[in-house]
Design a protein around this ligand. Structure first.
Ligand SMILES: [Cu+2]
Length: 153
């Protein structure tokens, strides 16, 4: 990573183009079966990524990861691990799963760990009341109330 990218990352100057590990879906309906797309924008300070571990927040379950060429899947009830790659720092990739969302509305944060040839990144920081910018923000989704009478699967 060149020095300009490093600063852009730290300052969140370009949150969409160069945005850490983020979730494509920003909101979803309580209780729904939801596709989640985790976007990996770069490696660990320039080092290629070989593993991505996503830990689901409380209340999320039934994670069904989407198989991905070149990556082996493993995991537990509340965690999905992709191992493979390597995903070079210069490249971008997406890691997809389907989950059943809980009924509890509001923002829910995912802990994502990125393991690289050299070093690791833990995307687990949750905003506090100060609103200070976070160096390694956790991806999140905002759950909104289900509409009464909507079809239920
Ligand atoms: Cu970043």
């Amino acid at each position: 990573m060149n020095i300009r990218l490093l600063f852009a990352c730290a300052a969140l100057a370009a949150p969409l183009a160069h945005a850490h590990v983020t979730l494509e879906q920003t909101s979803a309906t309580a209780g729904a079966y939801q596709k989640l797309t985790f976007r990996v924008g770069h490696g660990c300070k320039g080092s290629p990524t070989h593993t991505l571990v996503v830990t689901l927040p409380d209340g999320f379950n039934g994670a069904k990861p989407m198989p991905k060429t070149g990556w082996a899947l493993s995991g537990t009830a509340n965690q999905v691990t992709w191992k493979g790659g390597p995903l070079l720092d210069a490249h971008y990739d997406e890691f997809v799963m389907q989950v059943k969302l809980p009924a509890s509305v509001g923002k829910h944060y995912f802990k994502v760990t990125q393991l690289c040839d050299q070093g690791r990144m833990d995307w687990d920081a949750v905003p506090d009341a100060s609103g200070a910018k976070l160096a390694s923000p956790a991806p999140f989704i905002e759950i909104t109330p289900a509409v009464a009478g909507a079809p239920h699967h």
